[in-house]
Design a protein around this ligand. Structure first.
Ligand code: 5IU
Length: 259
């Protein structure tokens, strides 16, 4: 297994998946395995933040449903920024319904996620049909190219225990053309074909008082075996987001390369 984790060996395995090919290209080109969670509620503020830190990330994660003034012009500007800075657009929608509803949630409503997001999060709780429906939409040739299955959450007391993570992994193994990787705390598998994304990273604080559990970059990558760190407030609410983003990206990338 050690050999498979060598980047040269792993690269062709990851490139079998269109979303992972895109992420890996940006990671290696820009030397960053940082995804910033921009959880702002105003489109102008979001775009300004992305404009300033876009050079240091491989992905920008958004919660479109918290944006007060979400509209087509936001999508257009976001897409332009993603091409200029070269990052993937990640909608953290956490789909969790029956197949037909999930297809509608991805394509309709005011958010129509599949038209602008390259990757979306999916809960494994509904079982395999949710992945078939996500695949049906991916096949429509919109912006959406892949999904991340949630193997475990970072919140205190999350119900996603080891058994749940294992079952999520089994679901993903049966649907590799849909699932590009996982959102996890500890990497649920040694399969190098997947990318392992982890939220809950903050170098200065361990909790936000609302159940979030943060740990260091080093623990997230070396101890817990993840590939990509998802960082929100440690960067967006710092005094100098640009400097902090640059610092998190370079530290995380060094740890990832040397693992
Ligand atoms: N997020 C988590 N934990 C999870 C999952 C998603 O924190 O288990 I699944 C999201 C929530 C937020 C971002 O958008 O990742 C982390 O931001 P902070 O670093 O500000 O907590």
């Amino acid at each position: 297994t050690n050999d498979l984790w060598n980047l040269e060996t792993r690269k062709p395995l990851l490139e079998c998946n269109p979303l992972n090919a895109m992420v890996l290209k940006y990671m290696t080109l820009k030397k960053t395995n940082l995804c910033v969670a921009v959880d702002e509620t105003n489109k102008e503020k979001i775009l300004q933040t992305i404009q300033s830190i876009g050079g240091y990330v491989c992905a920008i994660k958004l919660h479109a449903d918290i944006i007060d003034d979400f509209d087509q012009s936001f999508i257009d500007e976001l897409t332009t920024l993603s091409k200029h800075h070269q990052f993937v657009i990640f909608a953290d929608r956490k789909l969790a319904d029956t197949g037909n509803t999930v297809e509608l949630q991805l394509t309709h409503g005011s958010l129509h996620i599949a038209d602008w997001a390259n990757v979306v999060t999916v809960h494994s709780v509904p079982g395999p049909p949710i992945l078939q429906s996500v695949l049906n939409i991916i096949k429509q040739n919109k912006a959406l190219k892949g999904s991340l299955l949630i193997a475990s959450l970072s919140s205190k007391g999350a119900l996603t225990d080891a058994e749940y993570s294992k079952k999520s992994l089994e679901m993903a193994n049966d649907a590799k053309n849909v699932v590009s990787g996982f959102i996890c705390q500890k990497r649920p598998s040694d399969n190098p074909e997947f990318l392992y994304w982890t939220p809950g990273v903050n170098e200065l604080k361990s909790t936000d008082g609302l159940g979030q559990q943060w740990r260091s970059i080093e623990d997230a990558i070396k101890r817990d075996g993840n590939d990509i760190i998802i960082v929100g407030r440690a960067i967006t609410q710092s005094q100098n987001p640009v400097e902090v983003a640059r610092d998190y990206a370079s530290r995380a990338f060094e740890l990832w390369k040397s693992r």
